[in-house]
Design a protein. Structure first.
Length: 52
């Protein structure tokens, strides 16, 4: 039971870090790609090959 004194604050801290990273990504517009999907649907090129 003593381990819970360590695990609960650690999980809250890691959850806060994840939440901070999510809001940072939203603020810096990491999830916006308005032109990508619109132009990708009009091309006849298939994107089946892995990039590399």
């Amino acid at each position: 039971m003593d381990i819970l004194a360590f695990l609960i604050p650690m999980s809250l801290f890691l959850g806060g870090v994840g939440l901070f990273a999510f809001f940072w990504a939203m603020k810096h517009r990491q999830f916006d790609d308005p032109e990508g999907d619109a132009s990708r649907i009009l091309t006849k090129d298939w994107d089946d090959k892995p990039k590399g």
